[in-house]
Design a binder for this molecule. Structure first.
Ligand SMILES: [Zn+2]
Length: 379
C-alpha cells in the first residue's frame, strides 16, 4: 500500500481537480489494430533526447540492418528526424528487443519501444500487452503482501480502468497517457510474483455496466464511507454510489491529524491574492451525504472567505490534507484538522479490499461491494 501513496496524493483530493478528466461516461472504443490486448502507453512527452539501454539484441523495425546490441544509446532529433547512433530514421521508429525488455531513462519496461516526433519534440511509447501493463500497475497500487483476493480485485479494477482510459483518450500514437497518472505505473520495478499471479488469475476480466467498461475509480482508504462519483468527479454514475465500509478502519490511514499555524494559512491565502491579516477559525458550511467537506468559510479579520475544500487544499499545500473527510477546531495559534481516510473515496477502498479479503471474501464480492450493479466478465 505504501507505493500507491504518490499517486493517491495526486488523484486523492485532487480527484476533485481532475473533474471532467476522468469521471466521464464515454463508451469503450474497441481497439481496431487486430491485437486487442496490445496497448501503447505514452512514457515520454516533448523530450529533446532520451537514454535507452537494451540488454539483449534488438532490431529496428523497417531497417535492413542486422540486429544490434546489447547496448546503451542515446536517441535524439536532428533536422526533424530521429537519430540513433548517427543514423537517421525519419519521424517514427520502432525498436524491438528480442527479450521483450528495455530500459528508458533508467527504468525497465516490457515490449517494444516506439519513438515519434510531434511538434519537433521526441515522444516515447511502450508497445506491449495490457496484461503486462497490469503486472506493474497492481504491484505499484497495492502491496504484494496483500491477500491474493484483494490483489485480484485490484487487478480487475486496474484492467477496467485501463480499457476505459484507452477507449476515452486514445490518439493516433498511443492508447494511454502514463504521464496523466491515471494509474500508477513505472515499469517492471514494482512487479512482484503476487501482482503477476493476480493479473494472470483474472486474465481479461473487467467490470461492465450495461455492457461497457466502467470508470473503475479506487482510492487508498475511504475512512468509513466511500463517496458518490458526482461529489468528486462531477457526474452521476449509477455504479459509483457512496457505500459504508467497515473493513478499512484499523489501517494506518483510517485517521489523520494535522495542526497548522494560522500564520501559515494567512500567508498561503495572501499568496493566492486574498486580503487577510489574521484568521480565527474555519466553519464547515457544506458536506456530502457521505460526510466529506465540500465548502468551508474562513473567519478572518476582514470578514469571511468562502471556498471549496479543494481550493483550500491547493492554497495551503496538498500534502497537508489526506482526505476531505475532516473536522476543524481552533487550538491556540493554530487550527487542528482531524480527518478520516486517504484519497477521494470514490469506488474501491483499497484498504477495505485488503480487509475484506482477510475476512474471507473473494475478489468478486469485494468488487460488487464497491461498484454497484456491475457485471464481471471478459472484456
Ligand atoms: Zn474503506
Amino acid at each position: 500500500m505504501k507505493k500507491i501513496l504518490k499517486y493517491i496524493i495526486s488523484i486523492a483530493l485532487a480527484g476533485i481537480v481532475l473533474s471532467g478528466c476522468t469521471g466521464g461516461g464515454s463508451s469503450y472504443i474497441r481497439s481496431d489494430r487486430g491485437k486487442k490486448d496490445q496497448i501503447r502507453l505514452l512514457l515520454v512527452k516533448n523530450a529533446g533526447s532520451v537514454d535507452v539501454v537494451v540488454n539483449g539484441s534488438f532490431k529496428i523495425d523497417g531497417s535492413s540492418d542486422a540486429s544490434f546490441g546489447p547496448k546503451g544509446f542515446n536517441v535524439d532529433i536532428d533536422n526533424n528526424s530521429i537519430v540513433i547512433e548517427g543514423k537517421s530514421y525519419g519521424s517514427r521508429v520502432k525498436i524491438i528487443p528480442v527479450n521483450n525488455k528495455f530500459h528508458l531513462n533508467g527504468n525497465e519496461f516490457r515490449g517494444s519501444l516506439v519513438f515519434y516526433i510531434s511538434d519537433g519534440k521526441l515522444n516515447a511509447v511502450e508497445d506491449f500487452s495490457m496484461e503486462e501493463y497490469l503486472y506493474g500497475v497492481v504491484g505499484r497500487e497495492m502491496s504484494g503482501s496483500s491477500p491474493i483476493e484483494a490483489l485480484k480485485a485490484q487487478a480487475v479494477a486496474a484492467r477496467t480502468f485501463g480499457y476505459y482510459e484507452a477507449g476515452l483518450r486514445r490518439t493516433k500514437e498511443y492508447d494511454i497517457d502514463n504521464l496523466r497518472q491515471s494509474q500508477a505505473y513505472s515499469g517492471t520495478e514494482s512487479e512482484n510474483p503476487n501482482s503477476i499471479e493476480a493479473v494472470d488469475l483474472t486474465s481479461g476480466e473487467i467490470m461492465k455496466y450495461k455492457g461497457a467498461p466502467i470508470f473503475a475509480a479506487f482510492a487508498a482508504n475511504c475512512g468509513g464511507y466511500t463517496e458518490d462519483n458526482r461529489e468528486v468527479f462531477g457526474n452521476k454514475l449509477p455504479y459509483l454510489q457512496a457505500v459504508p465500509c467497515t473493513f478499512c478502519k484499523h489501517y494506518p490511514h483510517a485517521s489523520w491529524k494535522e495542526e497548522i499555524d494560522t500564520s501559515y494559512i494567512v500567508s498561503s491565502l495572501k499568496k493566492k491574492g486574498f486580503d487577510v491579516d489574521r484568521i480565527s477559525n474555519i466553519d464547515i458550511t457544506d458536506t456530502s451525504k457521505a460526510g466529506r467537506v465540500k465548502q468551508i468559510s474562513i473567519i478572518t479579520d476582514k470578514g469571511r472567505i468562502s471556498m471549496s475544500t479543494n481550493e483550500f487544499r491547493l492554497a495551503i499545500g496538498s500534502d497537508k490534507f489526506k482526505s476531505a473527510r475532516f473536522s476543524v477546531r481552533s487550538k491556540g495559534a493554530s487550527l487542528l484538522f482531524t480527518g478520516k481516510g486517504w484519497g477521494h473515496g470514490v469506488g474501491m477502498c483499497q484498504d477495505g479490499a485488503d480487509g475484506m479479503a482477510k475476512a474471507g471474501n473473494n475478489y468478486r464480492r469485494i468488487l460488487t461491494r464497491y461498484y454497484s450493479g456491475i457485471e464481471i466478465g471478459q472484456k
